[in-house]
Design a protein around this ligand. Structure first.
Ligand SMILES: NC(=O)c1ccc[n+]([C@@H]2O[C@H](COP(=O)([O-])OP(=O)(O)OC[C@H]3O[C@@H](n4cnc5c(N)ncnc54)[C@H](OP(=O)(O)O)[C@@H]3O)[C@@H](O)[C@H]2O)c1
Length: 283
């Protein structure tokens, strides 16, 4: 039973066939943000193996070069662009550079993210938390996509895959800023999807549950909880690129959002119990 839990919770997804992925990305330009480690690095490797020409974005250029080197060693094609996407001017500059150097992308995987588990009371004297979380997870990605999406519309094709979180569906203590920033991005992309759908450009949001990466590692208790691995999250991105749905999220997260729409306090005991368990396990 415990062994099958990851499958029951949808944490071991199947990848699309390599032929289907290749048909979407081989020889085409794919931009992956947050590609210096974790989900982004794993995704970039998988897409490069399917023949995509990858442009990797993140702040740390050395880490990006390491990922790019690994891709090239396996015969893939990768370039790097170091940028802080949390800085809207820098994100816009990166958008302009991408269009000038490489042209309109076929796919943009908007994956760079900043995670913060901190209650309002604990962050009362940390005003920078707000700007950093909203900047990295919302206003920065919007600044980048504001330039890239029109170029994709002009090209008559393209796809944006935005990596969000199940905290969009399930608000939880400590996740106010993170959940709000991911929800804002989610709402922005859904509206843009309607605006551009006749142009051949598609939008997908993936609401990821917990993934065992450097991001979740500071909360020690998470290491004992069933979660996606980076390879699983990369499979979900590949699935998104092949099927182009509006939303990918675990069944239990969708169920929670429906239950909360009907009765907003219904899950308080479950969410509170989960939070106390994580806190206890973390001490
Ligand atoms: N891990 C989880 O449990 C989990 C759950 C749900 C959703 N997600 C989402 O999944 C995505 C990937 O997360 P992950 O677990 O792979 O995290 P990670 O291992 O911390 O990787 C985050 C990536 O984003 C980049 N990044 C962070 N801030 C940036 C900035 N200001 N400008 C440019 N790049 C930046 C990092 O590179 P640099 O440090 O080099 O800039 C890194 O490549 C994120 O959007 C996250 O919110 C994660």
């Amino acid at each position: 039973m415990v062994d099958s839990l990851p499958w029951m919770l949808g944490l071991r997804p199947a990848a699309p066939s390599s032929a289907a992925l290749r048909a979407r990305v081989a020889g085409r330009l794919v931009v992956v943000t947050g590609a210096s480690r974790g989900v982004g690095a794993e995704t970039a490797g998988r897409l490069a193996l399917a023949g995509a020409r990858i442009v990797l974005l993140a702040r740390r250029s050395e880490a990006l070069e390491t990922v790019a080197h690994g891709i090239r060693r396996r015969g893939g094609d990768a370039d790097c662009l170091a940028v802080d996407v949390g800085d809207t001017e820098a994100a816009e500059g990166a958008g302009r550079t991408i269009l000038e150097r490489w042209g309109a992308p076929e796919v943009v995987v908007s994956n760079a993210g900043f995670s913060l588990r901190r209650t309002l009371l604990a962050s009362a004297d940390r005003p920078r938390d707000v700007a950093r979380t909203i900047g990295t997870n919302y206003t920065g990605p919007v600044a980048l996509l504001r330039l890239l999406i029109p170029a994709m519309v002009d090209a008559g094709r393209g796809h944006v895959v935005s990596v969000a979180s199940t905290s969009v569906d399930i608000p939880a203590p400590g996740w106010s800023l993170y959940g709000a920033s991911k929800s804002a991005m989610d709402a922005w992309l859904r509206a843009v999807a309607l605006e551009v759908r006749s142009s051949g450009v598609a939008m997908t949001t993936i609401r990821l549950p917990l993934v065992h990466t450097a991001m979740s590692a500071p909360t020690a208790a998470y290491s004992r909880v069933p979660a996606l691995r980076p390879v699983d999250a990369a499979k979900l991105v590949a699935r998104a690129i092949v099927d182009r749905p509006l939303l990918i999220s675990p069944w239990w997260s969708r169920l929670a959002s429906v239950l909360l729409a009907v009765e907003p306090r219904l899950l308080d005991p479950v969410v509170g119990g989960w939070d106390r368990m994580i806190d206890r396990g973390d001490r």
